[in-house]
Ligand binder design. Structure first.
Ligand code: PEP
Ligand code: MN
Length: 337
């Protein structure tokens, strides 16, 4: 971080500000005295330095960060890719392409088991299924709750597929004790109290990017979980809000190489919520794999027309099977195992 001080400050004012910064933030400080101004260069870990508070000091003219405000999620401090290993031995982020698939929401035992078996048979490695659903309307189906999680576990026992499901508040966490990956939905990406609680968990977290969040905000949310002790995080780009109306959201493909460059955490793409359209899931998935994604999370329903949530964007098991074939061609070309 670089701090430019206002003109005409006395030597003793500069010295006392320097020692204030050293003591408050535990950083080293390099002082350059120029013709017109004095510039302080902060040395060391500046992630805890409150930029706004520094800017509010009377002596300060300008503040500029030259280092990212996140540390644990930063590739600079952790050059190797993070590899997440699930209880069944499946690794995520180790150079392979991980396919997560399943219904938007768990609706019945038959539904979830039928979909789980179908997606497993063509290469899905993890089963998704919402039990607590963040719906725009309070009158829409809110998910089966604890019963939905119980059905997901049944499907895991039947198929061997690990399960992922979305938690909406810390008070639900007890119910997620046996869920393999806990999902944080786009709407909760900046629910900082929830993120801190998830930091105390020893299970992987899939953190979805907020509807209107920047890449840096996504990484800062990952930092929240990591700073509280849990470093097993999967980042997920799921489309952002733009002026475009042809798709439900706009898939930010550039987020993949940017996140891979800035962070060591695995990066997934959700082409279902990004597009809202089943026929777009295949091309977006192929583009995502070509851009370096570590995995995909795709909505599949055995009867999309009857789905209680997001049927309009769900693939049938047959569509998923043919999509996977084409995704695999790209994965092969990309040297994915
Ligand atoms: C979901 O995965 O079903 C979901 C609600 O996703 P998002 O939080 O990305 O909207
Ligand atoms: Mn959905």
């Amino acid at each position: 971080m670089i701090i430019v001080l206002k003109n005409n400050k006395t030597e003793s004012e500069v010295a006392s500000f320097k020692s204030y910064l050293e003591q408050k933030y535990g950083v080293g400080i390099h002082v350059s005295v120029g013709h017109d101004s004095v510039v302080l260069g902060l040395i060391g870990d500046t992630s805890a330095v409150d930029e706004d508070s520094v800017r509010a000091q009377d002596i300060v003219q300008e503040v500029k960060r030259v280092q990212e405000p996140y540390k644990k999620a930063n590739r600079k401090f952790h050059p190797d890719d993070t590899v997440i290993t699930l209880a069944n031995g499946l690794t995520i982020g180790s150079g392979s392409l991980t396919l997560i698939a399943g219904p938007c929401s768990v609706e019945s035992e038959e539904q979830v088991i039928e979909v789980a078996e179908a997606v497993k048979s063509v290469g899905a490695a993890v089963l998704r299924g919402g039990a607590f659903k963040p719906r725009t309307s309070p009158y829409a189906f809110q998910g089966m709750g604890a019963d939905g999680l119980a059905l997901l576990k049944k499907a895991r026992t039947k198929t061997g597929l690990p399960i992922i499901s979305e938690v909406m508040s810390a008070s639900q966490l007890e119910l997620f004790a046996e869920v393999d990956i806990i999902q944080v939905g786009a709407r909760n990406m900046q629910n900082f109290e929830l993120l801190k609680e998830l930091g105390k968990q020893s299970r992987p977290i899939m953190l979805k990017r907020g509807l209107s969040s920047t890449i840096e905000e996504l990484l800062m949310s990952a930092e929240y979980i990591m700073a509280s002790g849990n470093e097993q995080i999967i980042l997920c780009e799921r489309g952002i809000r733009t002026f475009e109306t042809k798709t439900r959201n706009t898939l930010d493909i550039s987020a993949i190489p940017i996140l891979k460059r800035l962070s060591h955490l695995p990066v997934f793409i959700d082409p279902s919520h990004a597009s809202g359209l089943p026929w777009l899931v295949e091309p977006l998935s192929m583009a995502a794999v070509a851009a370096g994604a570590d995995g995909l999370i795709i909505e599949v329903h055995n009867n999309p027309a009857k789905a209680l949530c997001d049927g309009a964007q769900s693939l049938t098991p047959e569509m998923f099977a043919s999509t996977v074939k084409n995704i695999k061609k790209i994965a092969e070309a990309m040297g994915k195992k």
